[in-house]
Design a protein around this ligand. Structure first.
Ligand code: SF4
Length: 441
């Protein structure tokens, strides 16, 4: 493959640590007993999995516990509300049975809005009267597909809005291996232009599995499909996927195959912090992907304790552009899981976005945000204004359940503490937002 280098920059194999073996991590052995236990308590509620690349190359252990990559990957005590932490600690210190502990865990998880934005029961398409599990079709032009084998990640993010999928709340998990059904659905829906493979992280699948999902779409020659997208955090958490894994060359050939079929191969790369862009392996991975004709677009939520600083975003966007990636989205953290710990008020998020945006070149100003992925659609915060003496947020839909809502500015009363659409009220004395007549939030 011309231009692609497979040098095996990092030869060490993948090793994951979870609740069952995290105390074997050498750096964790330097923690006090209580610090170790607190990780374990939080990891009982939230998913926890971290790999050796993140531990050895991304976390600065001299800066722990405040290190952003440590906060991003190791659950911590403050992610639990105090009564939940107390309850769990008490149960684990008494002779409570595993069943009692599991019941308490389940009860706590149910209080954390485990399935936000109506994902469980809404947006699931049908074909010939049959519900297509493992797919979502919310916006006209894009279908999301959740391959069964791609419902895990190389490392779990502590803030992840899909945390419920990873914690064994099985009734909330949805995935599909029915690629034939997807192909038939795409053939019947010419309005769909993009198929987005998502998870978990589809790049945890082998090249062979990934091919089984993508090649049938290419072979079916569906002219209306223009773009194949893969949402992944593997460039941050295991860039070896595109460099030195035993099937790296096959992965890259698959991407080339998509572009050879005159379709755009779009990697939706999830980066939360500039440190994830610093290793030789990630740089080589980006180079290899780009050599296939694929493009990498980057996105991240704004996460308190991890990247809630304009300088971090400025550095991240500049470095992404320098490496040939396209900054795409700054999201607001969703109203689920430990969002009391991770969320940022809309007013502060907008200030961070604006300050970072003002300091980057036009090439990085492809980025949009801060954006909330809500039930009615993706709502972008354009800023604040004072109109007729009332301070307001100016908002717009970037995507809407009804495409006629897109790019139509609307207004909400300013609030210094609101961090999600559900915290906002319409401005100018109106009772409802314009879209609330046809949708619920
Ligand atoms: S990589 Fe993506 S899906 Fe996986 S835990 Fe992180 S945010 Fe969630």
């Amino acid at each position: 493959m011309g231009g692609i280098s497979i040098t095996g920059a990092t030869k060490r194999g993948f090793r994951a640590y979870t609740l069952s073996n995290y105390k074997e991590i050498p750096q964790i052995q330097n923690f006090t007993q209580e610090q170790q236990e607190d990780i374990g308590i939080a990891a009982r509620i939230f998913p926890f999995r971290v790999n050796n690349y993140v531990i050895d190359e991304l976390i600065n252990w001299d800066n722990v516990p405040n290190d952003p990559m440590f906060r991003l990957t190791f659950p911590n005590k403050d992610m639990l509300l105090p009564p939940h932490y107390k309850e769990m600690k008490h149960l684990l210190h008494t002779a409570a049975s595993e069943e009692e502990v599991q019941q308490a865990i389940h009860k706590i998880r149910l209080t954390l809005n485990p399935h936000p934005a109506g994902q469980l029961d809404k947006n699931v398409p049908e074909l010939n009267g049959k519900v297509l599990e493992g797919m979502q079709h919310k916006y006209n032009e894009t279908v999301l597909f959740f391959p069964t084998q791609g419902q895990t990640c190389h490392t779990f993010c502590t803030f992840c809005f899909r945390w419920a999928q990873f914690t064994g709340m099985k009734d909330l998990k949805f995935a599909s291996r029915e690629i034939e059904t997807l192909v038939s659905y795409l053939q019947e829906h010419p309005e769909v232009k993009d198929v987005l493979f998502t998870g978990g992280d589809p790049m945890t699948m082998s090249a062979n599995l990934l091919k089984r999902y993508i090649e049938p779409i290419l072979e079916a020659d569906i002219r209306t499909i223009e773009n194949i997208r893969i949402g992944t955090k593997s460039l941050s958490y295991w860039p070896q996927r595109f460099v030195s894994d035993k099937d790296s060359e096959d992965i890259l050939s698959l991407f080339s195959n998509v572009t050879d079929h005159n379709k755009h191969m779009a990697i939706m790369g999830h980066f939360n912090h500039p440190v994830e862009l610093t290793t030789d392996t990630v740089k080589e991975a980006i180079k290899n992907i780009r050599a296939t004709g694929a493009q990498i677009r980057t996105q991240s939520p704004l996460i308190a304790h991890i990247n809630d600083d304009p300088v971090i975003w400025e550095q991240m966007w500049r470095e992404q552009v320098r490496l040939g990636c396209i900054p795409y989205y700054m999201f607001m953290v969703r109203n689920t899981g430990a969002n009391h710990y991770f969320d940022t008020p809309i007013s502060k998020a907008w200030e961070i976005f604006q300050e970072a945006y003002q300091n980057v070149s036009g090439l990085a100003r492809t980025v949009r945000g801060p954006s909330m992925s809500t039930d009615p659609g993706k709502i972008n915060v354009l800023g604040t204004q004072e109109i007729n003496g009332e301070k307001v947020f100016v908002l717009e839909f970037l995507q809407g359940r009804d495409c006629r809502w897109v790019r139509k500015p609307f207004f909400a009363k300013y609030s210094p503490t609101a961090s999600w659409l559900t915290d906002l009220e319409p401005a100018f004395g109106k009772e409802k937002f314009f879209f609330e007549n046809t949708s619920t939030i």
